[in-house]
Design a protein around this ligand. Structure first.
Ligand code: PLP
Length: 395
């Protein structure tokens, strides 16, 4: 027991420093970090471009609030709009806050256009949108809601990949359909491209907005700047965070002009959102992500990692029953009676850090800068972890 609330339990491992894809614990033990702060440290640890952007900004100006213009905010917003469907951006500090902003923008759009009765969102089972009361209510995960009272109203949850259930849920009060292109925490479950196209068509048919939660999938994680680009389906509103500034807390809501223009002065805000420190790092991170060939490398690395993991899975089908995901967002489906926690612990003993997800999946979310050496090391570590589990089940 220590002075922290026990909501994260009390983790025993802590790190002293990081370099590229590696983390070093207090005893100097080196781990390959394929968790990357849960899809955050896209350029790995201590990337020189991010370090110098942060240092330079820290010496000039940290924070001023949004009562004053922040030129790097405008610059980053313009760059994001230039490479996405969006025409306007709002900056905040986290994924949950970005999703709150996205849902608020969808509600605001309809109210502004004379239909304030349209305020509900249709969300998908197995989704995760964050931990505020509203975002927990959007996902309606009973485990996460336990002890926090009744969910907030305004969210109607339907099973994914079931258009008739979704159409049945649409009422005159529906404002938006909300989806993650790949459900991350839910177990690395990609939504089929046809389904995404149907979501878009249905939103258009009923005058609803399509909101994508790209908090985990965005900023190069899947090998495109945003995961929805793989399907060609564009949303009206999108929430981003995690990899947006390589580890500096930052989130963003991106929206079309029709939506963004309804967020008039005073309608929304954030004290820290888009402050000079966050914007300096986010712009530097974006320079690297959008440099020539960077995202192609993510695609190649993702394919090589998946191929290596498939070979391990073929050798240990009773431990890993499948590999899924896109780019460097990869899930290993662990076969019962083994658990993702057991495989993750064995991987950590083999000096590899991973993250668990729903549906007994173990996630790999490495920094996007990894190459052949790190991929080989990770695959070897998973092989060793499988051998450990296989041996322990023989005992
Ligand atoms: C898809 C998705 N949305 C929202 C969130 C919440 O983000 P944050 O923890 O930054 O509030 C997460 C976090 O895992 C996420 O994966």
């Amino acid at each position: 027991m220590n002075a922290l609330m026990p909501n994260y339990g009390y983790p025993t491992v802590s790190f002293e420093r990081g370099e590229g894809a590696y983390l070093f614990d207090m005893d100097g033990r080196c781990y390959l970090d394929f968790a990357a702060g849960i899809a955050v440290n896209s350029l790995g640890h201590s990337h020189p471009a991010l370090v110098s952007a942060l240092q330079e900004q820290a010496e000039r100006l940290w924070h001023v609030s949004n009562l004053y213009a922040i030129p790097d905010q405008v610059r980053f917003a313009e760059r994001l709009c230039g490479l996405s469907f969006a025409d306007g951006v709002f900056f905040c500090n986290s994924g949950t806050e970005a999703m709150e902003g996205a849902v608020k923008a969808a509600r605001r759009f309809h109210a502004h256009n004379g239909q304030p009765e349209k305020w509900r969102s249709i969300t998908l089972e197995g989704s995760f949108h964050g931990r505020t009361i509203a975002m927990l209510s959007a996902s309606k995960n009973t485990k996460h809601l336990d002890g926090f009272g009744d969910p907030a109203d305004g969210f109607d949850i339907v099973p994914g990949h079931n258009m008739s259930a979704l159409r049945d849920a649409i009422t005159l009060e529906t404002a938006a359909i909300v989806a993650e292109p790949i459900q991350g925490e839910g177990g690395l479950r990609p939504l089929e491209e046809d389904y995404l196209r149907n979501l878009r068509a249905t939103a258009d048919e009923f005058g609803l907005l399509l909101v994508f939660d790209e908090v985990q999938t965005g900023f190069g994680r899947t090998g495109k700047l945003f995961a929805h680009e793989w399907s060609g389906v564009t949303p009206d509103v999108m929430a981003c965070a995690k990899g947006i500034a390589g580890g500096f807390p930052c989130g963003a809501v991106l929206a079309t002009d029709a939506v963004a223009s309804t967020m008039t002065a005073g309608s929304h805000g954030s004290t820290f959102g888009g402050n000079p420190l966050a914007m300096a790092v986010a712009n530097a991170n974006f320079d690297v992500l959008t440099s020539e060939g960077f995202l192609d490398n993510v695609v190649c690395s993702g394919e090589a990692l998946q191929a290596g993991l498939r070979e391990v899975a073929d050798r240990h089908p009773d431990i890993i029953s499948g590999i899924r995901g896109k780019g460097l967002m990869i899930g290993m489906v662990v076969a019962a009676p083994f658990t993702n926690t057991q495989l993750g612990d064995a991987a950590r003993d083999a000096d590899l850090l991973t993250v668990v997800a729903g549906e007994n999946v173990l996630r790999m979310l490495p920094p996007l800068i990894i190459g052949d050496e790190e991929i080989k090391q990770a695959v070897d570590a998973i092989e060793r972890a499988c051998q450990t589990l296989a041996t322990s089940s023989d005992d």
